[in-house]
Each structure stands twice: as structure tokens, then as C-alpha cells.
Write a new protein. Structure first.
Length: 401
């Protein structure tokens, strides 16, 4: 009888370590692990996780460098849309999970796997994101979620792995940290209730810079391609470089309060120096080079895009429609943005762009204009308010009668 193949999304942590042993030894599957790197691992960490996977008994282990594809398919549009969930959170983890799910599904197709598995619990958003994408891209495949299905506690997983002679560090850190290109999430006891701030020691990047520093960001059609005098071949390299400059200031730290897909609220800390600076700098540039109705519709479409992305609906065709709009809106979003970096905060201090609509050739706000006369404005004001004027006159006439 042929042994069934299962593709397992693997991080090397407790849950996915349990999944390997359970699926291979208790359920008899041929386990093929895959790690999708969205910018959260060093080369040494990737090699250590690969060795750990093979020590557990996987048939194959695959590492996918998804950093650039993650940017091209998701992050780029979050920047174009200036997307901050609940005006706070740059969607660091939720965006990552979608990139990972897409690559896991592709790997399962390539291997002609009988099943796909992930280590999600039954309490969060990730289970929905993974399951939904698998249902759409690899319909009919068996989806196995041991931690969710068996309702396992951490202690039960540890006991099981010890019985299997698995040697790993079972000590739970006080804080759970998930690092990626678009930010790092931090969860701990302070985020489990509605009040509490993470202590200084909990943040992955400690504050080592205290002197103010100015940084120059260069955008080309909405994409960050230079930082100060350094030009980069790909925006992901520029994002990483900006992070190395700004994170030691303690910039981009906050706690997000959000609604989960399954209807409960939760709090999570995050550290996202580069994303927060990029989003605010990009938005400042847009305010200079786009028209008011471009800005207005971008805000509305981007808010929907961010919410729908957060809820795992990356494959809805409406997302491609919105992406087309966002891409088209970036044609003139080119220029330099100047940002002042300080401990725990930053400030956008101005822009330079050949497409700046705040151009002195056409007038100075509050002083003079060169495109029309005062008499033009007098007539325009009457016409622009004409319908509302008629409304009020009709209303007054009706009440007078």
C-alpha cells in the first residue's frame, strides 16, 4: 500500500515539531516539511531548522526564499495604499501568513501530496487563512491540523515529544516573537488583557541611538529604492537598510487592538520601524503629487484592501482590481522624502518632487494665485454653491407658506 504524502508548513517550533512526529509515527504519513522565509530568519537559523526537521524524520525539507515575492504580491500594495489596520498596525503577521500559505499550496501541488498540514491552534486567525487558501488552490486535499484537532495544551505536546526522545529547548519564552520583513509581532502577559504595555526588555530591538538623525528616502513610482545616498536593486533591500538605521531609535513600537476573523478582539505588540516610516513618508509624498480625489478614493479602497487581506481573502479577484487602481495611482509618486529620526518617534519634515503640485508657478496658498482672478472666484463661488442655495430658498419658502 502506497504511503500517503503530507506537506507540512514548518517553523521548527514546538507545535510543528509535534506535527512531524505525530503525522509520521502515529499516522504513518510521509512528511515533507516546508519553511517559507518572509524575512524573519538568518542563514544560520534556516540551516538549524533544516537539520532539526531531518532529525525528526521528515522525508524532505524545503526552504523557500519568499522575501521578494512577498513584497511583489503583498507589501508593495500595502505601501501604495498606506495601509494601517485600525490606523495603527502595518499587517506584519497577517500578510506573512498569506504568502506562506500560497507557497505551501504550490509545494503540495508539485509533490502531488495527499494532504497538507499546519500547526495552527483553534483560537486565532491563522487557521482560517491557511485553510481557506488551501480550499481554493488545492480543493479536495485533506487538511490536517493536529494541534487544533486534538485540542492540545503546551504541556501535553512537551510530554509527547519527550516520550519520543526529541531533544529541543522546551522552555517557553516570556514573549512570543514573530519576525518578518514587514515588522515583528510581540505577545506576552501584558497583551492578554485590555491594559498593559510591554516593558523595554521585551522589545526585540533595544534602544541604542539617542542623537537625532535625518534620513532621505527616495521613491520611484511609489517604491522605495534609495536611502540617503545608497541606491538598491530591489525595494526589499532598501526596507532592510532603513530598518537597520531606524530600529535602534525604538521607532515603530505600539500595541494593536484588533478584531479577529472569528469574532473576538485581541491585543498584540509590534515593532515596525521601517514600515511605519515608509508608510508615513510615502503618504506625505502622495499628498503633494496626487489630486484630492485620487487621495480620497485611495483611502477608501485601501481601507477595504487592508481589512480583506487581514481576513485572508488575498485570492478574491476584487483584490486584483484594487491593486490595478493602486498601481496606476503611483505614476507620479516619485521624489525624495526627508525624515527626522529621534528616540521613540520620527517626523516627516518635507519632500522634493518634480511632480509637486504645491508649485509656486501656480500660486502660493494664502497669498496670491496666478491661474485666476478674484472676479473669477467671485463667480465660481456663486455657481459652486448654487444648488445648495436653491435648496435653502425652497425650504424657507415652504415654511413661510
Amino acid at each position: 500500500m502506497k504511503t500517503k504524502k503530507v506537506v507540512l508548513g514548518f517553523s521548527g517550533g514546538l507545535d510543528t515539531t509535534f506535527c512531524v512526529k505525530y503525522l509520521s509515527e502515529d499516522k504513518g504519513y510521509e512528511v515533507h516539511s516546508i519553511l517559507v522565509d518572509t524575512g524573519g530568519f538568518t542563514e544560520a537559523e534556516l540551516k538549524r531548522i533544516e537539520a532539526h526537521a531531518y532529525s525528526l524524520g521528515v522525508k524532505t525539507h524545503t526552504t523557500v526564499n519568499a522575501v521578494q515575492s512577498y513584497y511583489e504580491k503583498i507589501i508593495k500594495y500595502l505601501i501604495f495604499g498606506n495601509v494601517l489596520k485600525n490606523n495603527t498596525y502595518p499587517l506584519s503577521v497577517s500578510a506573512e501568513r498569506l504568502s506562506q500559505a500560497l507557497h505551501i499550496a504550490e509545494h503540495a501541488q508539485q509533490l502531488q501530496a495527499d494532504a497538507v498540514a499546519h500547526g495552527s491552534t483553534g483560537a486565532g486567525n491563522d487557521q482560517v487563512r491557511f485553510d481557506m487558501i488551501f480550499h481554493i488552490l488545492i480543493p479536495g486535499i485533506e487538511i490536517i491540523t493536529p494541534i487544533r484537532d486534538l485540542q492540545l495544551s503546551r504541556e501535553a505536546e512537551i510530554d509527547y515529544l519527550k516520550q519520543k526522545q526529541v531533544n529541543m529547548n522546551f522552555e517557553k519564552s516570556m514573549y512570543s516573537i514573530n519576525k518578518g520583513l514587514w515588522g515583528t509581532s510581540v505577545g506576552g502577559k501584558e497583551t492578554l488583557s485590555s491594559k498593559g504595555m510591554l516593558p523595554e526588555s521585551a522589545w526585540p530591538t533595544q534602544v541604542t541611538k539617542t542623537q537625532e538623525e535625518e534620513v532621505e528616502l527616495g521613491f520611484v513610482q511609489g517604491e522605495l529604492l534609495s536611502v540617503n545616498d545608497t541606491h538598491f536593486a530591489h525595494p526589499t533591500d532598501a526596507i532592510k537598510h532603513l530598518h537597520s538605521i531606524a530600529a535602534p531609535f525604538g521607532i515603530g513600537r505600539d500595541i494593536h487592538v484588533g478584531d479577529t476573523i472569528i469574532g473576538i478582539k485581541g491585543r498584540v505588540g509590534f515593532e515596525a520601524a521601517a514600515p511605519m516610516i515608509i508608510l508615513k513618508a510615502h503618504h506625505a509624498l502622495e499628498k503633494h503629487v496626487l489630486t484630492k480625489w485620487q487621495l480620497n478614493w485611495k483611502d477608501q479602497l485601501a481601507a477595504f484592501y487592508g481589512n480583506w487581506l487581514h481576513e485572508g481573502q488575498i485570492l478574491d479577484p476584487v483584490m486584483r482590481d484594487i491593486e490595478a487602481f493602486l498601481t496606476n495611482s503611483q505614476q507620479q509618486v516619485t521624489g525624495k522624502v526627508f525624515v527626522q529620526l529621534m528616540p521613540y518617534r520620527f517626523q516627516v519634515i518635507g519632500i522634493e518632487s518634480p511632480f509637486d503640485l504645491m508649485n509656486s508657478k501656480f500660486g502660493k496658498y494664502g497669498e496670491m494665485n496666478t491661474g485666476f482672478t478674484g472676479e473669477d472666484v467671485r463667480g465660481f463661488s456663486k455657481i459652486f454653491g448654487n444648488q445648495v442655495s436653491i435648496y435653502h430658498k425652497v425650504k424657507e419658502q415652504h415654511h413661510a407658506e
